[in-house]
Design a protein around this ligand. Structure first.
Ligand code: B1M
Length: 214
């Protein structure tokens, strides 16, 4: 199927059309991964136009909503593969940051890989991550941010987990556009991944699970 229609609808912020065309493409047999790549690729372009001041926050917001419409259609198909959760992970966008598209993708990829995902949402305070590590039996605390101003929160969470002795029990992972491997290492995170797909591989590595056979 020609994916330009979906990408144009995303660019135009046509929420219904993105949903409808994504569903139609799936019905026609287009691979979930192909659709995901098409949506992410177009969202990246929207990001560039936003950065270049060619479009502004309202347009980006509406495209982000349209992106969610597409992702919502894809989610059950990504999640299908796992029968029993291989591990449990708490995922959230850290305090001060309201971006959720990347975090949702990360959550979706984990679900698709058979993980049980506790989605903590956006603007997640340090205490919520600590409570999740303490009381929700997660194997990994995964933090996302797109804002340089919120990166320090990841460090605070890791330090608090260390102080409370919870680092013996849970691993930490960080990611998001401004985060780098070097930064992750400097704040004591157990793992870093540059995209949602490699986040799953990194989590498996951290937990000593086998890598995907694909
Ligand atoms: Co915002 N925004 N935004 N924004 N926004 C960025 C991030 C920015 C780079 C744009 C720019 O100026 N060039 C810039 C950040 C600059 C910086 O700090 N370095 C920025 C800014 C400044 C802001 C505001 C401050 C703007 C303002 O109000 N003046 C404001 C902040 C509000 C707040 O959070 N407190 C703001 C607001 C918004 C909108 C609400 C309009 C909207 C968010 C809608 C939503 O999320 N529901 C928005 C958007 C959409 C963007 C851009 C255009 C796109 C982000 C996105 O969704 N990308 C973005 C520019 C850009 O990135 N090109 C921008 C697609 C998504 C799939 O990628 O989230 O990076 P991403 O996720 C990737 C990887 O990073 C990785 O996997 C994903 C893909 O596989 N990943 C992980 C993410 N988390 C991970 C965790 C992991 C591992 C991998 O392990 C745990």
């Amino acid at each position: 199927m020609d994916l330009t229609g979906i990408q144009n609808a995303l660019k135009d912020g046509d929420i219904n059309k993105v949903g409808e065309l994504t569903k139609a493409a799936l019905d026609e047999g287009t691979a979930v991964k192909t659709l995901l790549d098409a949506l992410i690729g177009e969202m990246d372009k929207i990001g560039v136009r936003f950065r270049n001041n060619e479009i502004f926050i309202p347009e980006v917001m509406i495209s982000a909503k349209a992106m969610h419409a597409g992702l919502n259609i894809l989610e059950p198909f990504l999640s299908k593969s796992g029968i029993k959760p291989v591990a449990k992970i708490g995922v959230g966008t850290v305090k001060g940051d309201l971006h959720d598209i990347g975090k949702n993708l990360v959550a979706m990829m984990f679900r698709g890989a058979g993980f049980e995902v506790l989605d903590l949402g956006i603007d997640v305070p340090i205490e919520k991550f600590i409570d999740t590590a303490k009381n929700k039996e997660v194997n990994i605390i995964a933090m996302s941010t797109l804002l340089t101003t919120s990166m320090g929160v990841m460090k605070d969470v890791i330090e608090e987990l260390k102080k409370t002795g919870l680092l013996d029990k849970v691993k930490t992972m960080v990611g998001g556009a401004p985060v780098t491997e070097t930064y992750a290492t400097s704040i004591g995170a157990n793992g870093y991944a540059r995209d949602a797909s490699s986040a799953v591989d990194k989590a498996r590595e951290l937990l000593g699970l086998l890598k995907r056979q694909i």
